[in-house]
Each structure stands twice: as C-alpha cells, then as structure tokens.
Design a protein around this ligand. Structure first.
Ligand code: TPP
Length: 531
C-alpha cells in the first residue's frame, strides 16, 4: 500500500531531489526511517551549515534541493542562512518535522507552535498540510514554487504521524517553467536608448550568471563598447572580471555609487537590485539627467527600485536579445584598468599579498567561495573571476555561509564530474559561525582548500565604527583562536603561516592536496577604510 512516506520519496525521486542536506531530530525520524538506498543524506552538524551547503549546491548545479531540519529549534538555527538563500535565489525545499497531530493541542515537547511564521519573510511559500495524504502533493507544490523565477526557499512542516498514513492518490508530477521570457517588444525602449546613447554603461548582477547570460553579457558590452560594473552586494558576478571593459564592483552607498556612474547618459542594470546599499551615505541615486533601465525577473526587486524604468524579463535571455538588437557602436573603447603591480613582501602578510599569492598558486579553473568582509575589495581585485559559475558568496550579509557553501559547491563539482578545485576564503570571525562544516567536508573527502585570513578581529566592524563615528564599541577583537587545532578536531589537515616568504610554498601544498585542507594565514590587522 502506498503511504505518505513512500509517495513522498517517489515524488522527490521523480523531481531529481535525491540529495538531502540536513540535521535530523526525533520529529524527522519517521520520514527518514528505512532511508531509500538511491537517496543521499548529507549530514551537517548544525542547521545553519545544512542550509548554506544546500544553497550553494543548488546554485552550483542549477537544481532544486531538499533540506531536512528539526522542528522549531532547527528552523531557528537555520534562519540566517534561509535569509541568505532568499537573497541568493536558491531553490531550497526545506522540511521540518512537527509533533504528532494526536497531541498538538496539548503543546507537547518539540511542538512547533507557529511553524509557518518562523521562516517568514524569507520563504516564497510555507505550508503544513491540512491532511496527511496531502504531504506528497505539498512537496510537488513546494518544488513548483521554489524553482519559479525568482527562485528561492520554501518551507513544509510535516507532522510526524502523517508518515505511515495511506496515500492512495499520488500527485501528478508536473513540469514548471523556470525562466521568464524576454520580449524584444518590451525591451524596445532599452534597445533604442542603448543604440543612441552617448555613453552607456552596464551594471550586472548575479542573476545574469544564474540565468546563463554570461557570454551574451560579454557580447552586449562588446557591441556597445561600454564600461561594465558589477552591482554592489551580489553573491556572484555576471561578467568576467578580467575583461578590459570591466570596471569593478560599484560601492554600495547612494552618493558614492552615483559618483561612479557620472558621465553616463544611459545606465542599464541587469539581474540585480537597484541597488543594494550599506552604509547610508546620502546623495542622488543616479546622475541628474541620466536614464536608468532595470531588467529583472523579480517583481519585488522591480518594486523596490527608487528610480528608473523596470522591465520584467529573464536576465540571461534579455542579454541575448539586447546583444542581437542594439546597434554596434563605433565609439572608442574605454581604456582598460591599469594592471595591479605585484605587491611587495613586507614583514607581515597583507590581504593584498595573500590574495595575489593565491592567484599565483590557484589552478586556472578553480572556484572561489568566499566570506571575507574587510578584505573583499582586495579579494575581488586580486582574484578576478573569468568564467561562469566560478565565484560564490552570500548576498545577504548574514555571516555563516562561506565554509559550508564550499562543501555544497564541492559536492556539486563531484556530482557533475567537473572536479574543479574549490578554494574557500573565510574571515576568522565569519568562520566561527559554522566551523563544524569542516567535519562534513572531511567526511565526504572533499578536496577543498580552506583559507582563513586571521586578523584577530571583526575588522569590518572597526571600519564601520570609523565610518559611523561610533568609537569604543566593545566586542570587536578575537584573540586566542587556533584554526589549526579546530581543523584537527574535525579531522582536517591544517597548517599556519605568518611569514610572507613561506606563503607561496604553503599555498602550493594546499592546492596540491587531494584532501580537505585548511591554512590559517596571519595577516596584517590594519583596519581599512570602509568606502
Ligand atoms: C549572523 C551575523 N552575526 C553578526 C554579524 C555582524 N558582523 C558583520 S561583519 C562581522 C565581522 C566579520 O569578521 P571577520 O570574518 O573576521 O572578517 P574581517 O572583517 O575581520 O575581515 C560581524 C560580526 C553578521 N553580519 N551576521
């Protein structure tokens, strides 16, 4: 007889959801009992890393992923990374067990009293089926909601006594369109404006990469011979950072960003919000007299933009249409940015020196997964991304992403058979939110190189304190941490380096290792300016 459990797994199987990231509890054990042999459970040692692993796996594969969490407590632990998955547009189907329906009225141990409220507002849909036999149908609907543009997390609460109930009528397995179109008719004003602009500029976001628009974005920029910027606060780039037309990442502050766009009469933002700012520095949003177009597949994003003309369209497809239809420009190409000179070796390793050394040591087809805060600008300059799906980070500002996200990307590389080297660069503050992700990496024998630049502080918060003029904030120093010892505790080989002269060799060894490997790099703790 078909039960809720057997049909749930059959629906999951038919939808390709055979990898489950999670951290189980007793309320989930009824669903997970006699776990089917063709499914894989990737155990994270806390719920936050489980979600980040799944998010990165979903982004790297382009597919929806199941996440199995533990009732209210597990959802609470996970919420920060559910927020990140929301802004990363990761199609996660998160389930959590619920106490048995028989006792819910009595509010026993492990009751999730408000199951649908906890993940809000960072889920597209949250549901607890009214009847046990609706659980598999709810999974189908959850999948349909998660993958539609903009993709994002959804939540299902599953009472533990539903699992063995009969489910005589399985839901229909449906296909769901994952992309919007991009109609030349609706893009006509953009085509017209770009074709006749004096000095157009493109601002591209991570959704260009997510929607496979990378190569057409290059074609478009080359046809226009225009400057290209990365939108601020995005988790992934949408354009090669080694391209001569590429200018860098726009600063996420109103006045300064406007200054960077001065001189352009037409600004076209594709696959990013207009714009994601922090900190607050007042000013004009865009230079007076300029015209901004915003192409997005996210109606919420279109609603939030304070200026410009928004058009709902698939970002990647829009790049294709624009590249096909804009008039090729004969204007002089903007000069390429000057190449950065190699940094001098001083007495201490600076972030600049470290990232240059990583760039020298990394294989050409490596993938960067990062969560470096105060040194991010330097990282993006020294470790430019030259190909699609090769750089991942969180776009929500929630710490606790980079270490487990590397696990998700490495599993995706393994499953796709591409086996690119994963380099995870995570600050010594950020690493502690999810340090137990090292264990999952080691257990799965994932050849990730974790690099922890150790400045002994929450340096970006010191930069903020200077910018916001808030002196004497407590709790910004991190003495006494030992990542080599922490790594050993999770079964990961590790090494520490502080001498600039020794860095290259240590990195070479780490890159060559076929195992999970961690390098703690003592870096110069000088606090950089925020903007
Ligand atoms: C979940 C969460 N808690 C706290 C913060 C606040 N916060 C932002 S940056 C930061 C410090 C990051 O320090 P580290 O990773 O060492 O990088 P550094 O700035 O030193 O380069 C903190 C605590 C946050 N963003 N997310």
């Amino acid at each position: 007889m078909s039960t809720v459990q057997s049909v749930f797994f059959e629906v999951a199987r038919r939808l390709g959801l055979t990898t489950i990231f999670g951290n189980p509890g007793s309320t989930e054990e009824t669903l997970l009992k006699n776990f089917p042999a063709d499914f894989r459970y990737v155990l994270a040692l806390q719920e936050a890393p489980a979600v980040a692993m799944a998010d990165a796996y979903a982004q790297a594969t382009g597919e929806a992923v199941l996440v199995n969490l533990h009732t209210a407590a597990g959802m609470g632990n996970a919420l920060g990374n559910i927020e990140s998955a929301w802004y990363n547009r990761a199609p996660l189907i998160i389930t959590a067990g619920q106490q048995t329906r028989e006792m819910l009225l009595l509010e026993p141990y492990l009751t999730n009293t408000q199951p649908l409220e906890i993940p809000k507002p960072y889920v597209k849909w949250a549901y607890e089926p009214a009847r046990a036999e609706d659980v598999p149908g709810a999974l189908m609907r959850a999948y349909a909601m998660a993958v539609q543009p903009p993709a994002g997390p959804v939540f299902l609460s599953i009472p533990m006594d539903d699992i063995d109930k009969p489910c005589p009528q399985p839901p229909e397995i449906r296909t769901i369109g994952r992309r919007l179109g991009a109609d030349p008719m609706y893009l006509a004003p953009v085509i017209e404006a770009l074709s006749h602009a004096r000095s157009p500029v493109l601002v591209l976001g991570g959704a260009v990469d997510q929607s496979d628009g990378w190569h057409d974005a290059v074609r478009l920029a080359e046809r226009l011979r225009c400057k290209v910027w990365a939108a601020p606060g995005e988790g992934r780039p949408g354009f090669p950072e080694t391209h001569p037309l590429y200018q860098g990442v726009l600063v996420g502050a109103i006045g300064p960003l406007c200054k960077q766009l001065e001189g352009h009469d037409v600004i076209v933002v594709i696959g990013a919000p207009v714009f994601r700012y922090y900190p607050y520095v007042p000013g004009n949003y865009i230079p007076p007299g300029s015209r901004l177009f915003h192409i997005t597949d996210d109606p919420g994003e279109a609603g939030r933009a304070p200026v410009g003309e928004s058009i709902l369209a698939d970002p990647g497809r829009a790049c294709t249409i624009l590249a096909e239809h804009v008039e090729a420009s004969g204007r002089a190409r903007p000069p390429a940015r000057a190449a950065l000179p190699a940094p001098e070796a001083g007495t201490r390793i600076t972030a600049d020196f470290l990232y240059h050394a990583i760039d020298e040591a990394r294989p050409d087809d490596s993938v960067i997964v990062q969560e470096s805060l105060s040194t991010l600008k330097t990282l993006r300059q020294r470790l430019p991304t030259h190909s699609p799906r090769s750089f991942f980070s969180m776009s929500g500002g929630v710490l606790g992403y980079g270490l487990p996200a590397a696990v998700g990307v490495a599993l995706a590389e393994h499953d796709k058979g591409t086996h690119r080297k994963i380099i995870s660069i995570v600050g010594d503050g950020a690493a502690n939110y999810v340090i137990q992700a090292l264990w999952t990496a080691a257990q799965h024998e994932l050849p990730i190189l974790f690099i922890i630049p150790r400045n002994g502080a929450y340096n970006i918060l010191k930069s903020f304190a200077n910018q916001l003029d808030t002196p004497n904030v407590p709790g910004l120093d991190l003495p006494g941490l030992d990542f080599v010892a922490l790594a050993a505790g999770y079964g990961v080989k590790a090494e520490r380096v502080a001498d600039p002269a020794a860095l290259a060799e240590v990195l070479r060894e780490g890159m060559a290792s076929g195992e999970t490997y961690l390098i703690e790099v003592e870096i110069d703790p000088t606090v950089p300016a925020l903007i």
